[in-house]
Design a protein around this ligand. Structure first.
Ligand code: DNO
Length: 391
């Protein structure tokens, strides 16, 4: 597989020359400064592409070309928004960038409750604590009927938390769940936005009454509409799974498990409609068997995220070292190398270590932690390639 790295553009503190030195071949990035829903011009695309190429690298994958909310909930301007999306796709295709990662998660992208969970050795990882998440839902958002979504054990923990959470703890939880993890991935809320909780509640209300089937139909509508452009310019669309892969905050989520993936691949059979196989997101759901899913969906996978989660019981999970967890990265690499050795893959969400925490990197996107992960994954790939050569 092609070794790629998520890089956040010219302002990223991790420079392209650093990435050259650690063996990165391709770059995964986006026009982060362009507001969601605005057209990506050829001029801006080429400027970034040429910059990347001037370091001997290539722009392998766009992550993400964001799908605005009104396409997801079928708002009045959805057709206009889809037309814009098509123009951005055409512009990317004409500039020679053909793989596009996006997601179809309503309102909120990936969710973590703790961005610096400590291991004994002094490193930190991203963490998801189910009871703290329920606390956010019930006590901070005060979402109507939220209690019904959780079992008695969790509700008990929420009440215990309520006795000890200070205002500062609450602010940190809000910051982790809906601010720090969202802004830099072109989500709905950015650092500095005033009153994120009330913005967030307004966004949630856009989905009142929208069921899982409605969201599926809206995804099908979007895919049907863009496929002619994808065919013409050879655009490989690859949707990112929902993270974590189940319903949250009363919102429907539709890329959570094998049945969901089968559904959207079957709904629009075109090979340009594909999957980002994010081993991390999928492995955070106990219901997902990753090697089985990789074997089933490898042919329609256009991009791979390699990381692995460890489930801790009670709905909690931590991002494990890339050599551990339940994703079985070696087995996944065997499957993907065999089906398509050209497939771009990036390691995802490294630990914070060796001073990463002082640099202000985006959560999950440290330098040393990801470099270590890339070294580990590179080693796995070398062994697998050797196995395949000698098979
Ligand atoms: C988080 C990322 C996601 C992903 C988007 C793709 O670290 O994996 O934010 O980029 O969901 O649209």
């Amino acid at each position: 597989m092609e070794k790629t790295w998520r890089w956040f553009g010219k302002k990223d503190k991790i420079t392209l020359s650093m990435l050259r030195q650690i063996g990165v071949e391709g770059i995964v990035t986006a026009l982060h400064e362009v507001p969601n829903g605005e057209i990506w011009t050829k001029e801006a695309i080429l400027d970034l592409k040429q910059y990347i190429e001037s370091y001997g690298l290539r722009w392998s994958v766009v992550e993400s070309l964001p799908v605005v909310e009104s396409i997801k909930y079928a708002g009045p301007d959805r057709d206009e928004q889809i037309e814009r999306y098509k123009i951005s796709l055409q512009n990317l295709g004409e500039c020679g960038v053909h793989t596009i990662c996006y997601n179809f998660m309503p309102v909120i992208d990936w969710i973590r409750t703790d961005l610096h969970h400590k291991w004994d050795d002094g490193t930190t990882s991203l963490y998801f604590d189910y009871a703290r998440f329920a606390y956010f839902d019930i006590k901070i958002l005060k979402r109507e009927g939220a209690e019904k979504a959780y079992d008695q054990d969790v509700l008990k923990k929420v009440e215990e938390l309520d006795k000890v959470m200070t205002d500062a703890d609450k602010d940190e939880l809000i910051d982790s769940i809906i601010v720090k993890t969202q802004g830099f991935v072109n989500g709905n809320i950015k650092e500095g936005d005033l009153n994120p909780v009330s913005i967030f509640k307004k966004l949630l209300s856009l989905y009142d009454g929208i069921t899982k089937d409605d969201l599926r139909e809206n995804m099908r509508y979007f895919l049907d509409a863009i496929m002619p452009v994808c065919d013409k310019y050879d655009m490989k669309m690859c949707v990112h799974p929902d993270d974590p892969p189940y319903q949250v905050l009363g919102l429907p989520r539709i890329v959570c498990n094998a049945e969901d993936i089968r559904w959207f691949l079957g709904a629009v059979k075109n090979p340009h409609n594909g999957l980002t196989f994010c081993a991390g997101s999928l492995s955070s759901g106990a219901h997902n068997n990753l090697p089985e899913m990789a074997a089933e969906f490898a042919e329609r996978t256009h991009f791979v995220h390699l990381r692995s989660c460890k489930l801790l019981g009670g709905g909690n999970f931590i991002e494990a070292p890339h050599t551990g967890g339940r994703a079985q990265l070696v087995e996944l690499i065997r499957i993907f190398e065999n089906v398509n050795p050209e497939l771009p893959m990036r390691v995802d969400h490294g630990k914070e270590m060796l001073g990463d925490d002082e640099k202000g990197y985006n959560p999950g996107y440290s330098f040393h932690g990801r470099m270590l992960a890339l070294g580990q994954v590179d080693g796995m790939m070398a062994v697998v390639k050797d196995e395949l050569k000698n098979a």
